[in-house]
Design a binder for this molecule. Sequence first.
Ligand code: PMP
Length: 357
Amino acid sequence: MAASVPRLRADVSGLPRYVPGRAAPSDLVDKLSSNENPFPPLPSVVAAMCAELGRVNRYPDATSRELVEELSAVLAVPPEHLVPGTGSLGVAGDLLRAAAGEGDEVLFAWRSFEAYPLLTWASGATPVRIPLRDERHDLEAMADAVTDRTRLIFVCNPNNPTGTAMHRGELARFLDRVPGHVLVVLDEAYREFVDDTGVPDGIALYRDRPHVAVLRTFSKAYGLARLRVGYAVAHPPVAAALRACAVPFGVSGLAQAAARASLHAGPELHERVRTLVAERARVTRALRAAGWSVPESQANFVWLRLGSHTSTFADACEAAGVMVRPFGDEGVRITIGTPEENDHLLKIVGGFGRVPE
Ligand code: PMP
């Protein structure tokens, strides 16, 4: 039989790929490049996963029923409005498949989370990037950019990689300007690190707005990045479409068990989050005192806009023992680590005196 090549979607071969942060080259290098939680899982979370290990021959609960019920109680949201998935990335991909396809537009600020354009292309739709203004979402320009073809808008609050967050009034005005047939996804991957009381909880905004959905994750504040579990909070028509587009059994039993144990360990985990938030303030103060310009961050990272010096700075940090994340010739994002890791970072950056040439 003649050898032939399977016919794939014509647009797929040209799709850009997600480039994840590299692993640290050795244990001597501190990894402050992927917005991970620096603290290892709590013993109670490890115990819950160990109890699950003896059952890995069985499929997990496809609906994550117990996790949904517990989240429903914690968030005061009806269980039908909750859809867990394979990390919030997996849920974002499902939302795009549910809402957008060829010929449609998906809008988001830029720079923002680098997966938005990639997931949009993969769904067949076309990304529309609206430049940040002063490192913040330009909500007026985003609302102005809505066309008949717009199906979904990602709003990343706080924004990755700048850490900046929008306030209640501006966000509510924006949501009320967007037509009700356009789905607005409030990506709150970093919500737990917010300490500015002017930044709204997206769940308060979604309640009386059927076109708003909220994305959350267990990867950041809950420290379960490797397990891949996140969820959407959405009104029933959107939640039902999401369930229809999800890969069945997308949340493993280990992930469900660890996420539930993490919800039970709320106070201990919140204490860790408080430590990271205090460290964020300390790192920001120290960098500013040394003359660096640092936008106010509400997430577990800070942003330095370094333009053409970006890769030189990132390479010099890595050579000195700390990995940070460079973005093109725009800037670097530095994750807040343990106090010791942050000291290490500050010592290295202090040693530069200024951007290394
Ligand atoms: N949204 C934003 C804004 C992120 O920065 C990330 C992770 N870097 C995610 C979503 C995805 O997180 P996960 O898939 O691990 O839940």
